[in-house]
Design a protein around this ligand. Structure first.
Ligand code: BGC
Length: 903
């Protein structure tokens, strides 16, 4: 029988082999560069780091044979290879001469002995290619309309075209594509790619992405044509709330297209957009107007069939005008594009009036509808109004969208057509279609879900279906809001990169998807804005809007400058992320240090009408004042700042910046002392006797030096949870930390009570009310189905979904201890009504997984079961420590294990 205290793992399949016996098994897979998930075109890194994954621990002395074949267009391929010690497999530095522009690489790795004899098969080949790396490589200009345009909204959008004659069919061809505004490209009448909202949103004053496409198959010998749809997008369209801001980055849109072809004999040719060779023409197209939030209006009567094919008569078109942009700003994207991800079928289609229909797709998300328009007379208009929810009377709820009405319209030319808007994105579950002739059926539409392409890395499943649904909703809110930048919501007139939201959600995001490149890309813009405004603006990229026009340092939102890079580092172990963001984090902490009172408390009011946002959207806050919380704002501000000081100290230590580490370490001590002296009483209570106050104090380690206060604070937090009847009492700031703080102080029971409650406010209340994404407010919808009357009511915000980080680490039981999951914790906590759970995360070393169940003496699943059965996977290169209540910790090397433990 098992010793009660000891965990005895059984490795049914250890990840080490006898090298003599099984040489064929040392295979390598998952070869990648940087943070790209696989093959990639148009990278901007001349010396990309490489990573791969082992199925089995390479034997002593084993090496890696890294082979590449590289070639620039017009040149001959060269083969290069090198041998490396096999221990290193994550972000291995580039081993060859730096890559130049347009260079194509095919790479593979293979495990070999120290004598270089093969020990396994070579990995699958990885294909990647650099974009244009030098400023001088960009020969093309941005070109667009050459007529006077309306000054702000609802500008008629242009089409740009050019004929191109090629002496023969190219052996290979690339299109380098960018836009001031948005662009969709066609060659010879075909869309070049499925990418949407190209080139995405960056801080355009500093950088504009240029994407690389392989267009070899699109081009023919002789006459070809290129055509471009142009949209206003973030560049000059109306963005933001309080009336929004149009023309923020500029008032002239344009496309940059550089087509580079290579012929079979190795010669190359470039065709570049410009305003001087008379080949590039522009005219008004069928998109009468397109506003990212308000919707797109399309008039098919204005179509010009064949406009993007060779020989089209463009004599009535005008020459293009150049829209000037400094080529130094053009860069290769570090993230993947926004692309269609899946299709949703309607779950109901209801006729609600003469020519009016209501369609329910069953899932709130970011999507667009591709509609089959038929049986319409020329001039007939069909409109599509997209909403997240319905009013209690069954009508579409449009008030919460504010100005972002998400209303598309299509005016027919009398012909059959499939149509999807091009330069908008909508956050919706329901669509009302008006003006529809006859019967509307599922065959008439495709609902296409969009977001930035990301690799899924984390899963969780439990025996509680409501919790599974909550987790599913959290994933959907993340997917809806990872749209080139991390946004707050995808539907109303906002959709901004609110720093506070992702500050809270990033620990969940890094587990669910590989977001290192995505968020690191956005952090670059945060740095640009910090240098421009002297602080971290409320949202990034920043656009001055209404009462938020002047950035002022705000706690928690600004602390994203430290928390997000730190979270990315902990998940990936990529020290470059710390290096790149160190000045951002450092300067934020330095700035706020200047606002502290002598005792180290951040109580100076920001120069901003709402002051600190504090525990934003605390459930007691009235609908019209989300910042009116129970917890003192200066307590929240000081707690978050203390955490930032501690994290930036660790960053400085890791980067070897000893003076900074000392300086920030001392600052941390001062802030923590000030926090305790000002907000914590001797009896362990806090000046704000709230869940948020205790949660932050415990989870941020602010009471760690005083066991008595910490224990008392934990007890008081648990008591508050019991007193509330298990209802949530925290807003944005406190929510991610309540369950961790309860668990850290031995109150799992209360943590599960809070998580499994379905009374408003709680996470499962939303689920009970039929939510398919996570809401902005605990009571975005009231129990009678009425919508919260607040002007700020969304059904698709990820911030309160930050609870998933605890679900992963405590219900599933996986959590990184060392950066990059080199060492991680396997520590499921049993509680509530959960009898089994499983979770997995693809770490830089491969997949880590736990799945467990509680069984009774008969072997039946039961919460009272006293036997815990666990399956655990530890990937090669990492170690896991099993930590279970009442048991000695147990170290696991790479392997698959079965553990049975008596509780
Ligand atoms: C956004 C939030 C954001 C907040 C800050 C809201 O309008 O949707 O998620 O963090 O403003 O005040």
């Amino acid at each position: 029988m098992d010793n009660d205290n000891a965990i005895t793992p059984k490795g049914d399949k250890p990840l080490t082999l006898d090298p003599e016996a099984a040489t064929e098994e040392y295979n390598v897979h998952g070869l990648t560069i940087e943070h790209f998930p696989g093959d990639v075109m148009g990278i901007g890194v001349p010396a990309p780091r490489m990573s791969w994954v082992y199925d089995f621990e390479p034997p002593e002395g084993a090496q890696i044979l890294l082979k590449i074949r590289r070639r620039v267009p017009g040149g001959k391929p060269t083969d290069e290879n090198t041998y490396l010690p096999a221990q290193q497999s994550v972000m291995v530095p580039w081993q060859f001469n730096q890559l130049t522009s347009r260079e194509r690489v095919v790479a593979s790795v293979q495990v070999v002995t120290s004598q270089h004899a093969p020990l396994g098969k070579p990995s699958e080949e990885l294909h990647f290619e650099t974009g244009l790396l030098q400023e001088a490589d960009h020969v093309a200009d941005y070109v667009g309309p050459s007529w006077p345009e309306a000054e702000t909204d609802h500008r008629h959008l242009p089409l740009v075209r050019a004929d191109v004659t090629l002496r023969e069919k190219p052996a290979s061809a690339r299109l380098y594509l960018s836009a001031l505004g948005l662009v969709e490209a066609e060659i010879n009448g075909h869309k070049v790619s499925e990418d949407a909202l190209t080139p995405g949103w960056t801080q355009y004053e500093k950088r504009i992405p240029c994407w690389t496409y392989d267009v070899t198959d699109e081009l023919n010998a002789g006459g070809n044509a290129m055509g471009f749809w142009l949209g206003d997008g973030w560049y000059r369209g109306r963005i933001g709330f309080d009336g929004g801001y149009a023309n923020y980055y500029g008032d002239r849109i344009g496309v940059l297209a550089q087509l580079e072809v290579e012929y079979a004999d190795g010669t190359t040719e470039k065709i570049c957009s410009n305003s001087w060779d008379r080949q590039w023409k522009v005219t008004s197209g069928p998109i009468v107007s397109s506003d990212m939030y308000e919707g797109e209006c399309y008039d098919a009567r204005l179509e010009q069939p064949g406009w993007s094919t060779y020989g089209f008569d463009d004599s009535a078109w005008k020459p293009v005008a150049e829209s000037f942009c400094d080529p130094a700003k053009i860069e290769n994207p570090e993230i993947l594009s926004i692309r269609p991800q899946e299709k949703h079928e309607p779950i109901s289609i209801k006729k609600i009036g003469e020519r009016s229909w209501l369609v329910d797709f069953g899932q709130n998300c970011s999507a667009r509808i591709r509609l089959h328009l038929h049986d319409l007379a020329s001039g007939d208009t069909v409109t599509l109004h997209h909403v997240e929810v319905l009013e209690p009377d069954g009508s579409i709820a449009t008030r919460t969208l504010r100005r972002g009405q998400q209303l598309d319209s299509y005016t027919s030319n009398g012909q059959d057509a499939w149509w999807e808007p091009r330069f908008v994105m909508h956050g919706f579950r329901y669509v009302q279609i008006d003006g529809w002739p006859g019967e509307l059926t599922a065959d008439d539409m495709d609902c296409r879900v969009y977001h930035s392409e990301l690799k899924r890395t984390g899963e969780l499943e439990t025996s509680n279906e409501m919790l599974n649904k909550l987790h599913h909703n959290i994933v959907w809110s993340m997917r809806s809001n990872f749209m080139s930048i991390p946004t707050d919501c995808p539907q109303r007139d906002e959709r901004l990169g609110w720093t506070g939201d992702i500050c809270l959600f990033s620990p969940t995001a890094v587990y669910l998807y590989d977001v290192e490149a995505f968020l690191n890309n956005w952090l670059q813009d945060m740095r640009t804005e910090q240098l421009k405004w002297g602080t971290i603006p409320y949202y990034v990229p920043f656009v001055p809007l209404g009462g938020w026009a002047h950035p002022s340092a705000i706690s928690e939102w600004g602390d994203a400058a430290v928390a997000v890079p730190w979270t990315l580092y902990m998940d990936s172990g990529d020290i470059e992320i710390l290096r790149e963001n160190y000045d951002l984090s450092h300067d934020w902490v330095d700035e706020v240090a200047g606002y502290l009172s002598p005792d180290g408390v951040w109580d100076r009011k920001p120069e901003f009408a709402l002051g600190q946002l504090g525990d934003w959207l605390d459930p007691t806050a009235p609908p019209e004042n989300p910042a009116l919380a129970m917890t003192q704002k200066e307590l929240v501000a000081t707690a978050y700042f203390a955490r930032s000081c501690s994290e930036v100290t660790r960053m400085a230590q890791i980067l070897g910046k000893d003076d900074d580490a000392k300086h920030f370490g001392e600052l941390y001590k001062r802030v923590r002392r000030g926090y305790i002296d000002r907000f914590s009483n001797m009896d362990g209570t806090m000046t704000s006797d709230t869940q948020c106050a205790y949660a932050l104090s415990i989870a941020f380690g602010l009471l760690d030096d005083d066991d008595v206060r910490r224990v008392k604070a934990g007890n008081r937090l648990a008591e508050l949870v019991r007193d509330s009847g298990g209802k949530v009492s925290t807003g944005f700031a406190g929510t991610p930390f309540v369950l961790p703080a309860l668990s850290m102080t031995g109150h799992d029971k209360e943590a599960f009570i809070l998580l499994e409650s379905d009374e408003c406010p709680s996470w499962l209340y939303q689920v009970k009310m039929g939510a398919t994404t996570t809401w902005e407010r605990w009571d975005s919808m009231e129990p009678d189905g009425a919508l919260n009357p607040g002007g700020m009511t969304s059904f698709n915000h990820y911030a309160l979904g930050s609870v998933a980080a605890w679900m992963h680490s405590h219900i599933g039981g996986l959590e990184a201890i060392d950066p990059g999951w080199k060492h991680f914790r396997i520590a499921p906590h049993m509680g509530g009504d959960i009898t089994h759970a499983s979770t997995s995360h693809i770490t830089p070393f491969g997949r880590a997984a736990v799945s467990w169940k509680l069984v009774d003496a008969e072997g039946k699943e039961s919460t009272d079961g006293n036997r815990l059965e666990m399956d655990v996977t530890v990937p090669v290169g990492a170690t896991g420590t099993v930590e279970l209540a009442n048991h000695e910790p147990c170290e696991l090397k790479a392997g698959h294990y079965q553990l049975t433990v008596n509780r």
